[in-house]
Design a protein around this ligand. Structure first.
Ligand code: ES4
Ligand code: ZN
Length: 326
């Protein structure tokens, strides 16, 4: 068993983190009060008790409802600031954060309000804690591709402040293929691309993310293990997987953490990384994901070091920073 202080000091990255998924019940109630929003829960405990999910969709329903308390630039700043305090405490040196503009613009909140609040906290976090960052705009795949194009239009004045695009929300029934033209447009604009694939969806969705969307990373990707030809291709291309172990257990991709295939991914030669996804909803920030996996899977020092190195390698941080951490 590895020492917990050794694990705590390991330089960590977070490459799969939905900022809306860091909204803790306490902050949700505080923002509801500040903005005059009524929540359908008596208190924080009643809300937390509702975090008992059967699958991805049952989580997403609560996640989108909770995001309704986010209204002003100060709200997005406070949300991101609270997350960065947690990340810093966990020894995170670099974060790549997803945000879902469509969740907010549909409620009449401007793209700039969302972006400015998040970025102000990120810039401050780098000055204060040295946490470097990238920001990734995610398109919601349960909505039509035309909605994604409208969101890309909203983003056009701010492209210099967006480091890449992703694809999230309900996977089943919404294959990457559905967004072929949108991602081609993003590629033409020079935006790096990632996509959630192979979380609940089949290996075929991972193939589409690679070959149709031309992504440089796969978010989740755990179901790739069902297709040996796909595993060989991911290893050959060195395409990183941003794996979220506690998320996978909470959303019942795996019944218990002991059954999580993190070690198998490493042994197959894949660039697997450890991330937290929606930590306020899934019961653990990135440090807890590392600790829980080290324990449940009895990971060795070498395996943990490999995961940490994978996080640096898979990130979009500056080359000089990679050299510094590797
Ligand atoms: C998500 Cl766990 C997960 N999967 C897909 N989309 C998401 N958005 C927020 N969390
Ligand atoms: Zn995710």
């Amino acid at each position: 068993r590895v020492a917990s202080d050794w694990l705590a000091r390991l330089p960590k990255t977070e490459l799969h983190l939905h900022i809306e998924g860091t909204l803790e019940p306490e902050l949700m109630f505080a923002l509801a009060e500040r903005n005059g929003v009524a929540l359908p829960y008596a208190d924080v405990d009643a809300l937390r008790a509702a975090y008992d999910f059967n699958d991805l969709q049952s989580f997403l329903d609560l996640y989108y409802a909770g995001a309704d308390v986010l209204r002003t630039e100060a709200d997005f700043y406070d949300l991101t600031r609270a997350y960065l305090l947690r990340a810093h405490a966990d020894g995170v040196v670099h974060v790549e954060i997803f945000f879902d503009p469509q969740t907010h613009t549909v409620r009449g909140i401007s793209f700039a309000t969302v972006l400015n609040g998040i970025r102000r906290a990120l810039a401050e976090g780098e000055r204060e804690f040295g946490i470097t960052y990238r920001l990734i705009l995610c398109f919601l795949r349960h909505l039509p591709e035309s909605d994604g194009f409208a969101t890309l239009e909203d983003a056009m004045p701010y492209l210099a402040q967006i480091d890449g695009v992703g694809l999230d929300s309900s996977e089943s029934g919404h294959p990457p293929q559905k967004f072929a033209r949108l991602f081609a447009r993003c590629k033409a604009l020079g935006l790096p691309r990632v996509a959630h694939a192979g979380e609940e969806g089949p290996p075929e969705y991972v193939w589409q993310a690679l070959n149709v969307l031309d992504v440089s990373r796969i978010d989740h990707g755990v179901r790739s293990l069902e297709d040996p030809v796909l595993v060989a291709e991911l290893a050959r291309r060195r395409t990183p997987l941003t794996v979220c172990p506690l998320s996978n257990v909470r959303l019942k991709v795996y019944e218990r953490l002991e059954q999580h295939p993190l070690r198998q991914l490493l042994q197959a030669g894949l660039v697997a990384t450890v991330n937290s996804d929606d930590p306020a909803y899934f019961g653990g920030y990135v440090g807890e994901n590392w600790r829980a996996c080290a324990e449940a899977l009895d990971l060795t020092r070498d395996e943990l070091l490999q995961l940490a190195r994978n996080g640096i390698t898979a990130s979009w941080m500056d080359a000089a920073d990679k050299v510094r951490w590797l």
